[in-house]
Design a protein around this ligand. Structure first.
Ligand code: B12
Length: 299
């Protein structure tokens, strides 16, 4: 992690979806952040500070009080003995994770996921370790190098971890996203990952999961006055049979399709926008389109 101080409070606040007031309070009460000062007296934060805030958020979402969460952050930082040269990269951790999951070693897999999230934060963990690992798992499954049992064990364990982080992701004041997969689609992991990154940027999620008919997605979107509805699928075949309903949905709300099934042909045919990036990049790009609140460059 880069230790050079550079982020002003407004930028840090934007990146993590936590208001400047709360960041200052965490600094004062828990010494969570250790900004230096610019010549003009502005607080300057490092990427390590950003990492601490993201970790703090994860602890809060798992139900801890702010004081307990800050203690956890300090403990993880101490135990991890954070030196850039000594920590494993997301790639290295994903290799070890693959080994433990294929050996059905649940405890070790959880330890490695703790380490991955703790050391690298949610966004890097998802983009640089979990997504590449899942892709490779699929390839190895297709080549019969891993069994269905191993693939199911691995994906269920990761799903459990991601959904545990999702607790309370509907709270707050940010824009609202309704997240669902169309009928026939059970591949929910990238959608949950996308929701988690949106959450880390202050969004609220209403998660409907796999196999959800568009009519009911519409009902949820109307009920919560959703800012966007995101539906993802691995194959365009999942969108084709419900084309009429999707067009109707797109007329009533801001519908975005995602995943390998959201091809340019599908976008053109349905006249709907598609998210073509990976979940972390797509969530970041989408949240940049929604300014949660004007954040002054406070001191
Ligand atoms: C885990 C997994 C499962 C789990 C899913 C658990 C869960 N809760 O999600 C289970 C066991 C249920 C499952 C079942 C099946 N699976 Co499966 N599965 C996978 C695996 C290994 C990972 C899926 C995943 O999370 N992908 C996420 C990333 C890794 O996928 P990606 O393609 O790289 O996506 C990139 C972008 O498209 C984008 N993206 C993708 N989705 C989204 C969503 C959003 C919102 C955004 C913004 C971006 C985005 O970001 C990614 C990273 O850059 C994949 C392998 C793979 N390559 O995906 C197979 C895979 C998707 N499965 C496959 C198959 C064939 C099946 C089954 C038919 C197997 C069977 N015979 O039962 C069933 C079908 C279930 C159904 N009806 O949907 C095939 C799909 C082939 C196809 N194109 O149709 C794959 C590709 C495996 C393979 N190599 O053949 N599977």
């Amino acid at each position: 992690m880069d230790e050079a101080a550079g982020l002003r409070i407004g930028e840090l606040s934007y990146r993590v979806g936590v208001s400047p007031d709360v960041l200052r309070a965490w600094e004062k009460r828990y010494r969570l952040l250790r900004p230096t000062r610019s010549k003009g007296g502005y607080r300057l934060y490092t990427e390590r500070d950003e990492w601490r805030v993201r970790l703090m958020q994860q602890q809060l979402w798992s139900g801890l009080s702010a004081a307990q969460a800050a203690q956890q952050v300090a403990r993880i930082e101490r135990e991890s003995n954070l030196h850039d040269e000594s920590i494993e990269t997301p790639f290295e951790l994903s290799r070890q994770l693959a080994g433990s999951l294929e050996a059905f070693d649940e405890d070790r897999a959880h330890e490695l996921l703790d380490r991955l999230f703790g050391l690298h934060g949610l966004e890097k963990a998802i983009r640089d370790a979990i997504m590449p690992y899942l892709r490779e798992l699929g390839e190895r499954w297709a080549q019969r190098q891993v069994t269905i049992a191993q693939e199911h064990f691995a994906s269920r364990l990761i799903e459990g971890r991601l959904l545990a982080l999702a607790r309370g992701w509907n709270k707050g004041r940010g824009p609202r996203a309704v997240l669902a997969c169309p009928p026939g689609e059970q591949h929910t992991l990238p959608l949950v990952s996308f929701g988690l990154i949106l959450r880390s940027r202050g969004w609220r999620n209403i998660y409907l999961g796999g196999e959800t008919p568009p009519s009911t997605v519409q009902m949820a979107a109307d009920t919560v006055a959703a800012d966007v509805v995101v539906m993802s699928a691995v194959s365009a075949d999942r969108f084709a049979p419900i084309a009429r309903e999707l067009r109707a949905l797109a007329r009533r709300c801001s519908l975005l399709l995602a995943g390998p099934g959201a091809t340019p042909e599908v976008a053109a045919e349905l006249d709907v926008q598609c998210l073509s990036d990976d979940p972390a990049t797509a969530a970041e790009a989408l949240s940049r389109r929604f300014v949660i609140e004007k954040m002054p460059h406070g001191r």
